[in-house]
Design a binder for this molecule. Structure first.
Ligand SMILES: CC(C)(COP(=O)(O)OP(=O)(O)OC[C@H]1O[C@@H](n2cnc3c(N)ncnc32)[C@H](O)[C@@H]1OP(=O)(O)O)[C@@H](O)C(=O)NCCC(=O)NCCS
Length: 220
């Protein structure tokens, strides 16, 4: 059995933009192709990050520390007419999910957890279909999609995946709200710990003075 770290997923906002940019600029050329469908240069990535409209879309992140985002999931709410039909039926509300995880953090369930959080958020916001688009060679993304039970449409080396979602219920609302609260608390505690370490350094005391159990280093 894999020994995965505890993962906290936080909804991102304007103040996270610089950390999102660092995350995306850290992706290799092949990862950029898998994530964006093309090897985007740094300037295009910067435009993409600066162009994210937090009032319309929802972005989730997994922080390893206060400064380091190791996973980002972007949920963009779409016009269903813009999408290829799967089975003739049309959805009322559809959202596209794009995700990336920093290479050292892969295969630790971060991508799966971000996907699960996106499905929960869609349900709670009356979105009935989650959509992904990726290359047919993208094994980890297909694995996430298949585990979730997505309907997969392969064409010319590309994949469209659709997941029909149940309506919200009290459990889905409670679960998302609890996840967000725990993640925000973890993030705030990490920041607080960083302030304490900085303060100890100023006093000439080493970081070792802080008990390791208080550094929340085993959570990401
Ligand atoms: C796709 C991506 C987000 C997956 O993130 P991740 O955190 O490594 O995913 P997980 O750890 O949750 O793994 C998901 C599943 O894929 C499997 N998997 C991961 N890497 C794999 C690989 N290289 N080959 C085959 N299966 C793989 C895992 O075993 C897991 O399956 P399991 O739960 O049955 O064990 C990550 O690989 C990535 O950022 N890739 C570049 C960008 C990209 O491709 N984005 C998707 C298109 S939008």
């Amino acid at each position: 059995m894999k020994d995965n770290p505890v993962i906290f997923i936080k909804e991102l906002s304007e103040q996270d933009r610089p950390f999102m940019l660092n995350h995306f600029l850290g992706l290799s050329a092949s990862d950029r192709r898998l994530r964006f469908g093309a090897v985007l240069p740094d300037e295009a990535i910067t435009r993409y990050v600066n162009g994210i409209d937090f009032s319309r879309d929802t972005v989730f992140g997994v922080y390893e520390s206060t400064y380091n985002l190791v996973g980002v999931g972007h949920l963009a709410f779409l016009d269903p007419v813009a999408l290829p039909a799967l089975d003739g039926s049309r959805s009322d509300r559809i959202a596209e999910f794009g995700v990336s995880v920093s290479a050292p953090m892969r295969r630790k369930n971060v991508g799966t957890k971000l996907f699960d959080r996106a499905t929960l958020h869609c349900r709670n916001n009356h979105v009935d279909t989650l959509y992904i688009h990726c290359l047919a060679s993208n094994k980890p993304m297909l694995c996430i999609a298949e585990k979730a039970g997505m309907k997969i449409h392969k064409d010319h080396g590309e994949v469209d995946g659709y997941l029909h979602l149940p309506s919200l219920d009290p459990d889905s609302l409670r679960k998302e709200s609890a996840e967000e609260r725990v993640a925000s608390l973890d993030y705030a505690l990490n920041g607080r710990m960083r302030d304490i370490v900085r303060w100890l350094r100023k006093l000439g005391l080493s970081e070792k003075a802080v008990p390791s159990s208080n550094r929340s280093s085993d959570s990401v």
